[in-house]
Design a protein around this ligand. Structure first.
Ligand code: HEC
Length: 180
């Protein structure tokens, strides 16, 4: 009997600690946890360097390309950058994309469903958690800069009639090809 009581009070204590922790967490912190651990959005949406390590300051700014018989799709920039990310999407539009897998009715590929590789099946998420994911996506700092020029041959020549040529690997060289 005594043991049971101790067990119950230890359990109650644990619960109140957990509740205290949850209350202290902001939606952005909750979203950070969901996006960067169990929902693993960055596995596809974050770029990686040649050693497959995440690149600091570029999280969620675009990642893997999936080249399958059914579609060719790149996990795009989902940071709040208006030009290259989803900064022009409303919260409701992001919610709709995550639940239904459909893009908003504006912008590129308006209204077109997302390729099935994008796990747009987050219906089971609690509304607060979905809102937290969206709040976190909106909070991610973006520092996008154009890819550096890395000349491997002289780009300009003083020789008359010489035409500058672009250098560097072709974009497809860094593609990850995933078979379904
Ligand atoms: C298995 C890889 C993968 C994972 C994991 C993933 N995505 Fe995606 N996501 C994609 C791909 C690929 C696309 C592009 C689909 C297309 O172009 O049709 C995409 C598209 C999107 C889009 C639409 C963006 C646009 O500009 O069209 C949003 C928003 C998005 N993902 C959010 C998320 C979030 C949030 C998570 C984590 C909860 C996540 N994704 C997890 C692969 C993934």
């Amino acid at each position: 009997m005594l043991q049971t009581r101790i067990g119950v009070s230890v359990l109650a204590c644990g619960l109140s600690l957990a509740a205290g922790g949850a209350a202290a967490e902001t939606p952005v912190e909750r979203g950070d946890y969901l996006v960067n651990t169990i929902m693993a959005c960055g596995n596809c949406h974050s770029p990686r360097d040649a050693e497959a390590k995440l690149i600091a300051g570029k999280a969620l700014s675009g990642g893997l390309t999936f080249d399958t018989p059914a579609f060719l799709a790149t996990a795009p920039n989902i940071t709040p950058d208006v030009e290259t990310g989803i900064g022009s999407w409303s919260d409701e539009e992001i919610r709709h994309a995550l639940i239904e897998g459909i893009r908003p009715n504006h912008g590129k590929l308006a209204g077109v469903p997302l390729a099935a590789i994008m796990p747009a099946n987050f219906k089971a998420l609690l509304p607060d958690d979905l809102a937290a994911v969206i709040a976190y996506l909106r909070s991610v700092t973006v520092r996008l800069s154009p890819p550096p020029t890395s000349p491997r041959i002289p780009l300009r020549s003083s020789a008359p009639g010489a035409t500058p040529r672009s250098a560097g690997p072709s974009p497809s060289a860094s593609r990850a090809t995933v078979m379904p």
